[in-house]
Every structure is written in structure tokens, then in C-alpha cells.
Design a binder for this molecule. Structure first.
Ligand SMILES: [Zn+2]
Length: 226
């Protein structure tokens, strides 16, 4: 993996390759993904990557739009969240959106993957856990993916609900390369980047001790595959 890739998502696209024409990933991740997709196709699915590399700036724009109420903040039941105080509001945002610089999508090693067949059949997809449950529209695909991903060295960083980040059974991580990025990620360096990036009221909440739990729930090394 390219050592120049920034673990905080700054200016990485030039170091990556296009996968499925418009999704950017590291070249080694692209090779593993291609093999996984091929295996899925051999099993009758149409695996498709719907989100791969996301820049620091993009993630910053998403989080700020939610923080200032320009973009909906929803709960686990798809209902709008009411803002009671800053910390509660930030936690609600983090349930579905990572802090800028602390998203695994910055690394080019992590992608969200669906079975295109559902869309071909006219279904709308929201990427919520119920769709990937056994009885959900992606249930069959999720079952195959759960079993097959490890064969191609992919893991599931958000398989369980640890309280901070909503489960994301569609999110897979190229374990070997993602672990290298997790090792490069440094809390102090990240904090410094945020100072230049975010408004003070948001920064004040991010520096809250409680928010450290979010970072630990996201920026960690996966075990068990290699
Ligand atoms: Zn994801």
C-alpha cells in the first residue's frame, strides 16, 4: 500500500484507482474487491460498490450540514432527531456519519457494497440494517457476503452495535491495508487538522471526553482475517 496515503482523508484520490468507474480505492483493495465481486457473480449476485473513498472535505461538509440543521439527522427508526443540547446532537450525528478525518472511508480500503439486483427489480435502497437482516431485501446477499468476505481478506468493522456507530453490514474493510492505516492514525495529529477545518462550537464538543468513544469505535484494527 502507498505510504503517502493520508489516514485523515486529505488529497488521496490521486493515489488511488477507479473501481466501477467512479469509486476510488487503493490498488491492492481494488484487486481484492474484483475477486470478491467475481465470486459474488458466480453465485448469482451482482455485487456493486456504492461508496468507497471519501475526502476529508466531503466528510467535513456532511457533518457540518447536519450540525447546522441543513441536512436531516435521523435516529435508528428513521425518525428526525430533536436537538436538546450540543453533545446529544453530535452523538446523534455520529451514529450515521463519522467525524471528518475519522472515517474509514478516507483510506480507500473500506467500501459499502450492495447487490445491484434489488435495484434492477425496482427496489429503493436506504442502507439500513433491516435490509441486510435475514428477511430483508439484501438478506440472501448479506448471508453470502458474511461467509465469503473473509476468503478475500475483507472484514466487517461495524458488524456489531457498540453503542456509537449504527451497525453497517454493508461496510467491508480490506483488513490488511486498513490495519496499516489504523496504525498510522494518531489522535493528536487528527485534532490538529480539525482546528483548521471546523467551527469552534463543533470543535468544543468534539474535544469532549465522551467523544473519544466514537473514535475508538471507528479507528481500530480488525483481527481474525490474516
Ligand atoms: Zn461505509
Amino acid at each position: 500500500m502507498n505510504n503517502l496515503i493520508c489516514p485523515y482523508g486529505r488529497d488521496n484520490a490521486r493515489l488511488m484507482v477507479a473501481f466501477e468507474s467512479n469509486q476510488w480505492v487503493c490498488s491492492e483493495t481494488a484487486e481484492r474487491l474484483a475477486a470478491l465481486v467475481e465470486a459474488g457473480e458466480a453465485n448469482g449476485f451482482k455485487p456493486r460498490v456504492v461508496s468507497a473513498y471519501r475526502s476529508l472535505e466531503t466528510q467535513s461538509a456532511i457533518v457540518q450540514a447536519k450540525w447546522y440543521g441543513r441536512r436531516a439527522v435521523i435516529d435508528d427508526y428513521d425518525q428526525p432527531v430533536m436537538r436538546k443540547n450540543d453533545l446529544q446532537w453530535l452523538k446523534a450525528i455520529l451514529r450515521f456519519s463519522a467525524l471528518p478525518g475519522a472515517s474509514r472511508h478516507h483510506w480507500g480500503t473500506d467500501v459499502d457494497i450492495i447487490d445491484q439486483r434489488a435495484l434492477d427489480q425496482g427496489h429503493q435502497l436506504q442502507l439500513v440494517p433491516s435490509e441486510y437482516a435475514q428477511s430483508g431485501i439484501m438478506g440472501e446477499f448479506a448471508c453470502w457476503l458474511t461467509n465469503a468476505a473473509g476468503d478475500y481478506d475483507f472484514g466487517f468493522p461495524y458488524a456489531e452495535d457498540a453503542g456509537w456507530v449504527s451497525p453497517e453490514p454493508w461496510h467491508i474493510s480490506d483488513v490488511y491495508n486498513a490495519n496499516k492505516m489504523a496504525a498510522k492514525w494518531c489522535h493528536d495529529e487528527w485534532s490538529q487538522i480539525l482546528v483548521d477545518l471546523l467551527p469552534t462550537d463543533l470543535l468544543n464538543q468534539i474535544s469532549n471526553e465522551q467523544i473519544k468513544g466514537f473514535v475508538e469505535a471507528s479507528m481500530y484494527k480488525l483481527e481474525g482475517v490474516l
